[in-house]
Design a protein. Structure first.
Lengths: 148, 79
């Protein structure tokens, strides 16, 4: 696979194209995760989202996460792309793809990458609500706790 | 005095009303610089604020050198 393991995109993600780049005749599993823009948070109706990134550090931290995944799990290839800019409901905000010989390691690595990206990469999300209000998640507005 | 470039993102960019600025400061560390700019711009209290110097994560005791680029990192929310 060529190119960086982690990147940002200001335009819509072409998932089939991203997945094709992970294809490998030795791999029986390709796991992909799509993070999509949801229409609600903390009981409020979300109309659109804005992502801002500190790209210089984000690219380095994202690449470190991909390298960690390749070291910790028995996988062949891994890739993550995160959108920046204005997104509409249903748009794909982040995509993670992992190919491996077997599915177990591919699922585990995919989970590891999305969890670490959400936790460590300097990306910020501003939600714009139906009532005209807006706020930065985790700074001005709480994030809805994920189910256990 | 050191001349430091400071870049702001997200909620801090909006509160500061700018994406970056040059600051001439007597602050010796990243922590002291933040307290100075927090008072100047009226930044909100943020849990788990981090800091980067020259595009690498740093700690709040990192000593500042003339020409450093400092970025304060509010709680992230990717994904």
């Amino acid at each position: 696979m060529d190119g960086p393991g982690f990147s940002f995109s200001r335009s819509a993600l072409d998932v089939p194209d991203l997945a094709r780049a992970l294809a490998d005749p030795a791999c029986g599993a390709l796991v992909g995760f799509e993070g999509r823009v949801r229409d609600h948070n903390e009981g409020r109706h979300v109309e659109r989202l804005e992502y801002e990134g500190y790209e210089e550090l984000g690219l380095k931290e994202g690449a470190r996460i991909i390298a960690e995944a390749l070291e910790r799990f028995d996988i062949a290839h891994a890739r993550c792309v995160h959108r920046l800019g204005l997104l509409a409901l249903g748009d794909i905000a982040v995509w993670v793809g992992v190919s491996a010989h077997h599915r177990g390691e591919a699922f585990a690595a995919c989970r590891y990458i999305i969890d670490e990206v959400k936790d460590r990469v300097p990306i910020w999300k501003k939600e714009h609500y139906a009532d005209g209000d807006s706020g930065w998640i985790n700074c001005e507005v709480r994030s809805e706790a994920p189910p256990p | 005095m050191a001349r430091i470039r400071v870049e702001y993102f997200a909620v801090l960019r909006e509160r500061a009303g700018r994406a970056s600025e040059q600051v001439d400061t007597a602050a010796a560390t990243t922590g002291e610089l933040f307290r100075e700019l927090e008072a100047r711009h009226g930044f909100p209290r943020l849990p788990s604020l981090k800091v980067a110097v020259n595009a690498e994560f740093a700690d709040w005791n990192r000593r500042l050198v003339d020409g450093d680029c400092v970025v304060f990192i509010p709680p992230v929310a990717g994904g």
